[in-house]
Design a protein around this ligand. Structure first.
Ligand SMILES: [Zn+2]
Length: 406
């Protein structure tokens, strides 16, 4: 069948018709393969050439066949197309698509690689509790259907992905035994404290913890001095020396990575009977500490706890960098065995323009019974704080208030 299509045949034919052309053409072997040749040449005796008329008739027949085929083939194709049943129109996710008849629901799903994703049940921290909580489905006319069903014109096929859901939460209220300080704590006041915890109903993971003081509070006739951002070479030991000389117990909120660098200073604080507490690992200032991801907040607390434990210290208090706190952070602190402690008196001893006089004045004018004072032994040059310290201690004692560690 391919033979008549060869465009090279025509020149060969014309050449050969030329009288006196005895040279066999290069393309001759091709022509010899034609099934149309009525009388093949006898290979043994080339003999005389067939009469010109016979050859002409043979070639005319061949040309007619070519023409017929050229016309017939497209006609056959068109006829077959015409005979094939027309495709049907269905709606796939509200868009019309054409499929051949006898297409099954399952075949369409396979052809179009349709897939419905399952919705997950997540816990309050975003962990997956059940990956298939809301199974995705592919529907035929609104319902799940057998994959062997034949599709009909107008059928609606829809892919419905399942939806992710977060577990519901429950709120639990418990009264803590005895009297307790607040959490976050700002003063030394104690009272009956109710703990309000919101947690995942399925996972039990805590979302937030709040403490509410009920009834009357008690305030001791005392003030707590607290020192942040150490241990710090050149400052911490000098502050310790003043405190020891004046028989004052105070609280040091240490930064984890500095405790790892200067463990001897932490040991000195411990040896001097000071309370050592957790002030994060890195002291991240910006963005605000309570807006950091829960995992980061947890790491800041737990790494510092771990470092201090290596030194034999078991911290129970946490002061967030910048005092930045919310209910979620309180919950994370609680899970790390820590209570959050801030302050109610801030003399801004870290400010570049702070002087011993300004610091002393700010403390003594700010305190009342139960106050917690925020000072710094680290983070920069704290010589003004060190110079102010004896006057601060004397001033507080003059008011009849004790100096206590937390
Ligand atoms: Zn700090």
């Amino acid at each position: 069948m391919r033979h008549p299509d060869r465009p090279n045949e025509m020149p060969t034919f014309l050449d050969e018709r030329t009288p006196g052309s005895a040279t066999p053409r290069a393309r001759r072997p091709l022509r010899q393969r034609t099934p149309l040749r009525v009388r093949p040449r006898d290979p043994k005796s080339p003999g005389p050439r067939r009469p010109f008329g016979s050859r002409l008739r043979s070639h005319i027949g061949y040309q007619v066949l070519v023409v017929l085929l050229v016309i017939a083939v497209p006609l056959v194709i068109v006829a077959r197309l015409h005979d094939a049943p027309p495709p049907i129109r269905v709606l796939l996710n509200d868009k019309p698509v054409l499929v051949s008849t006898k297409t099954t629901f399952g075949a369409l799903v396979r052809q179009r690689k349709l897939h419905a994703t399952d919705g997950r049940l997540l816990d309050v921290q975003g962990k997956v509790l059940n990956p298939h909580a809301d199974p995705g489905k592919i529907t035929l006319n609104g319902d799940p259907a057998k994959r062997t069903l034949l599709l009909h014109p107008g059928d609606r096929i829809e892919v419905h992905d399942g939806k992710d859901k977060t577990e519901p939460t429950v709120t639990k209220r418990t009264m803590l035994p005895g009297r307790n300080p607040g959490n976050p704590q700002y003063t030394l006041e104690t009272g009956k404290v109710q703990q309000i915890t919101t947690e995942g109903k399925v996972s039990g993971e805590i979302v937030s913890t709040r403490y509410v003081t009920k009834g009357s509070s008690r305030t001791p006739p005392a003030v707590a001095l607290t020192f942040d951002d150490g241990p710090w070479p050149g400052s911490t030991l000098r502050i310790l020396s003043v405190l020891e000389k004046m028989h004052v117990k105070a609280t040091f909120f240490v930064i984890g990575n500095l405790a790892a660098r200067y463990p001897d200073m932490v040991r000195r604080e411990e040896h001097a009977g000071m309370t050592i507490a957790n002030h994060s690992w890195d002291h991240p200032n910006s963005p605000p500490f309570d807006t950091l991801p829960a995992r980061r907040i947890d790491n800041e607390m737990s790494m510092t706890n771990e470092e201090l434990r290596k030194l034999g210290v078991h911290p129970e208090l946490f002061r967030p960098p910048g005092g930045s706190v919310d209910d979620n952070e309180v919950a994370i602190a609680r899970q790390n065995g820590l209570r959050v402690v801030n302050w109610d008196v801030d003399p801004r001893d870290w400010a570049p323009d702070a002087t011993p006089a300004s610091i002393t004045k700010a403390v003594l004018s700010g305190i009342r019974p139960g106050s917690i004072v925020d000072l710094h032994d680290g983070g920069g040059d704290q010589s003004a704080t060190i110079k102010a310290l004896p006057d601060i201690i004397r001033g507080i004692r003059k008011r009849g208030l004790q100096l206590v560690a937390l």
